[in-house]
Design a protein around this ligand. Sequence first.
Ligand code: CP
Ligand code: NVA
Length: 310
Amino acid sequence: MPRSFLSQNDLSPTEVRRVFALTHTLKQSKLVPALQGQSLVMFFEKASTRTRLSFEIGMTQLGGHAVYLDRESSQLSRGESVPDTARVVSRYADIMMARVNEHATVQALADAASIPVINGLSDEEHPCQSMADLFTMLEHKGRVEGLTVAYVGDGNNNVTHSLMLGVTQLGGYMRVAAPPSLQPAERYVEVARANAAQWGGSVEVMTDPVRAVSGADVVYTDVWVSMGRETGREDRLLTLEPYRVDEKLVRHAADDYIFMHCLPAHIGEEVTGDVAYGPHSVIFDEAENRLHVQKALMAYLLGVSERVMR
Ligand code: CP
Ligand code: NVA
């Protein structure tokens, strides 16, 4: 069975650190032909800017090649099954990345594929994002262990789930402030709790954004209306109104806090422009790190060790 990456917890903390060591090496030099002649198939059911660009450009920089596939222009639109698609892709390509509406689809691809499958975002998780986020925290704060990470806003989403898992894998203190109707799924809170018990961090879910942000080293938010959640948009916006990350809220954070956002941002909704583009913001470093971390992740899943890269 090939090694896939569907959830942040699919890598152990030791493996996460190994991928970050590779990332560090790859970030030093743009062109390292570690995946020369290898091919990535990128399957998209939803829109993307960062994920598509970083995977495709990353593969080119590694000496490989990436192919874009979507549901509409492939035979999936005419009824070919997801497992058969995975079997066929596996006969041509070396690795696959999929951005899907339902997590079950990326799971079905991985179950049928004989090559590694990477989750490029599902309704439940966005583990490529959490990997880049953790790496960005390491770069700016030198550690994740012992950091307080406050996520404020829509807690019942892919980015929150993966971030909770990642922060607790590396011994950080994760706080999520979200309205009662938009709290993280309990099964992810449970996994994060188990991570925290094993690795020394903690996870707390609350409704008060001020409590979450008080003394935080990292303040994080994401859009209030995720892709595919457009039904009831107006109600969600009203519910989330008290959770906007603005100058007043971040005054409660640590003096040297960093602001993070997976992007795309809706300025004036989940975050104000003065915070998103202010001196504490690292959002574009975070976006850039998607490229470096994913290159390392693909190399790791394909068995390229750091020794080979040097
Ligand atoms: N953060 C992120 O995944 O961005 P895209 O939707 O543009 O890929
Ligand atoms: N939660 C967002 C993340 C986008 C990268 C969404 O699913 O739309």
